[in-house]
Design a binder for this molecule. Structure first.
Ligand code: DGL
Length: 281
């Protein structure tokens, strides 16, 4: 069983792609609805909540957990891998959605923390749209800068967008809000435009069309769920000991730290299929 963790239901946009890409794996999804959203929380709180929820998934029998939440990945992943996991669960692994995005942007593997000797490509500009806390963590510019200093990272926080998406705000209101964020980012890009952008929040795939419409043509929008799913498939090929097929056949279970049932309707929008949460207790 592979564990997939998110602050709430946003990570279901990642899970729905994982299930398509890896149809024979068994997944258990945990949403921390009792404490969502994470995007404006303090870093220490996000770290503490993330560790507690990863441990819950370990206790469910997962040996591999993916942080599907950008905010948790940006704030907690590196610290958790360095300070907690090796002592507490040395035979288990935690991955995070930020990692494959950094690898896709830099074309340098995560384990490499210096630019390759022959890595002097043309300078490029990448735009990152994300929650306030992901932006403030500086994780994207830091990790990209280590591996590809030629890549200029321009970040744009979109603080209210998660809430507006969850409220199912009218499309024109969402489009206007997104157009404002895109204009703010473009104004700070060298040359007035990025070469590519990352929708660095689990909720933004639901409004990807509005981002595409607001961006000038010819800018690549990196597809986070697809890049993450390809990366997990590659990881499982290289590490068969973490394969999630446990003999019970393909399966997806949904757990929540909140009351069971309260989030089913919204979650179904994010997963594109009916979702029924059970309370993890
Ligand atoms: N899952 C979060 C992320 O991807 C968005 C929702 C939240 O703020 O908790 O950053």
């Amino acid at each position: 069983m592979i564990g997939v963790f998110d602050s709430g239901h946003g990570g279901l946009t990642v899970l729905r792609t994982l299930v398509r890409r890896l149809p024979r794996q068994a997944f258990v999804y945990l949403g921390d609805h009792a404490n969502a959203p994470y995007g404006g929380r303090e870093p220490d709180t996000i770290y503490r909540l993330t560790v507690a929820n990863v441990e819950r998934l370990f206790l469910q029998g997962c040996r591999l957990v993916l942080l599907a939440c950008n905010t948790a990945s940006a704030v907690a992943l590196r610290r958790l891998q360095q300070e907690w996991l090796p002592g507490a669960y040395p035979d288990r692994r935690v991955l995070g959605v930020l990692v494959p995005m950094v690898e896709a942007i830099t074309a340098v593997p995560w384990r490499v923390k210096t630019p390759p000797a022959n890595g002097d490509g043309a300078p490029t500009v990448v735009g990152i749209f994300a929650t306030r806390r992901t932006v403030d963590s500086g994780a994207y510019p830091l990790e990209i800068g280590l591996r590809a200093p030629r890549v200029r990272v321009v970040q744009q926080p979109c603080p209210a967008l998660v809430a507006r998406i969850e409220e199912n705000a009218p499309p024109d209101a969402l489009a206007a809000m997104i157009a404002g964020h895109v204009a703010d980012l473009l104004a700070r890009c060298p040359g007035g435009r990025p070469d590519s952008v990352v929708l660095g929040c689990t909720h933004y795939p639901l409004v990807a069309d509005a981002f595409a419409a607001a961006l000038p043509s010819g800018i690549a929008v990196l597809d986070q769920p697809r890049i993450v799913a390809d990366s997990l498939a590659d990881y499982l090929r290289r590490h068969p000991e973490f394969d999630g097929r446990d003999g019970t056949g393909p399966a997806v279970r949904f757990l929540t730290t909140g009351p069971a049932g309260a989030s089913n309707g919204l979650a179904t929008r994010f997963f594109s299929r009916p979702v029924e949460f059970a309370a993890i207790g």
